[in-house]
Write a protein that binds this ligand. Structure first.
Ligand code: NAP
Length: 288
């Protein structure tokens, strides 16, 4: 039976530490960090993510502004709103909730956010910083995965890590973070031939594909550390489930993350961490 890493419990611990840290900021810097979240349209999943982010800010003492724009808003209006926030010195982080309606060019919007306010770490300059090992903002989900591995004292150096999924927001950045920590990393995707033979070699297996219970027990070796990033609806029950068949896989894994309550809460917690980091960078506190 495996150890289940509770992203919820680890998040609570990290949030409590951040709450104490932020409480010192008014005296030290005259204000608290300020995160602005822009939500375009009324997609229920996006609304729920945005509510979660606002709640986390409230809990920690970070100032939060949520800007709601109608689904039919023009790209130009959205870009000018972002330009305004870029120029506003009281704003430390800007997040545009994705996905955006199809008439808006997502890349153009992400690129319009100033690099030093891009809390999601999706701006091309932040992506380049990650791959070139320069200071920058690391995307929240991969950052949260590393925090979870560290919390359980998982040794990454020298391990065979397999990542399933090569998205810009999870698969690629987590592969780089593992590589930077000296794992030997294999990245798999939809064209990988004989995927189970590759995943069975993993000592650390990260799954980010978006297919309910795709990774079954026969694809995992005894003692593997399994991190499940997937958020899916079970086609039968309609309940939330991951990309990993949790019950049977947890019989073989040494450490595993649940869905819900695993990577999800850590993503929001790392967004808070990024907001604080950007604030401190702006205040010059990271150089003291
Ligand atoms: P994505 O952009 O949808 O990409 C999915 C990746 O999985 C692609 O690289 C794809 O390969 C690969 N894939 C799909 N089917 C596969 C198969 N049968 N065998 C092997 N690889 C396969 O993924 P994403 O945005 O990273 O999201 C992945 C999952 O994580 C989703 O469920 C999403 O909701 C969840 N997620 C959760 C969080 C969180 O905070 N918990 C954050 C982000 C995402 P190709 O490249 O070849 O198409």
């Amino acid at each position: 039976m495996s150890t289940v890493i509770s992203g919820k419990a680890l998040s609570e611990k990290m949030r409590a530490e951040m709450t104490s840290q932020v409480a010192t900021f008014p005296d030290l810097y005259g204000r608290v960090p300020h995160l602005v979240v822009i939500l375009v349209g009324e997609d229920p999943a996006s609304q729920s993510y945005v509510r979660g982010k606002a709640k986390a800010c409230e809990q920690i003492g970070i100032r939060n502004t949520t800007i709601l724009l109608p689904a039919q808003v023009s790209e130009e209006t959205l870009l000018s709103k972002i330009a305004e926030l870029n120029a506003d010195d009281s704003v430390d982080g800007i997040l545009v909730q994705l996905p955006l309606p199809s008439h808006i060019d997502e890349d153009r919007v992400i690129e319009s956010i100033s690099q030093d306010k891009d809390v999601d770490g999706f701006h091309p300059l932040n992506v380049a910083s990650l791959w070139m090992k320069r200071p920058g903002t690391v995307p929240c989900t991969p950052k949260g995965i590393i925090r979870m591995l560290e919390s359980e004292g998982v040794q990454i150096k020298g391990k065979r890590a397999v990542v399933i999924g090569r998205s810009q927001i999870v698969g690629l950045p987590i592969s780089k973070l593992l590589l930077d920590r000296h794992a030997t990393v294999t990245i798999c995707h939809s064209r990988t031939v004989d995927l189970p033979s590759v995943t069975r070699q993993a000592e650390i297996l990260i799954v980010a594909i978006g297919r309910p219970r795709f990774v079954t027990a026969d694809m995992v070796s005894e003692g593997t550390v399994v991190i499940d990033v997937g958020v899916n609806r079970d086609p039968q029950t309609g309940k939330l489930c991951g990309d990993v068949d949790f019950g049977p896989v947890s019989e073989k894994a040494s450490i595993i993350t649940p869905v819900p309550g695993g990577v999800g809460p850590m993503t929001i917690t790392c967004l808070m961490e990024n907001t604080i980091e950007m604030f401190l960078r702006k205040m010059g506190a990271d150089k003291k």
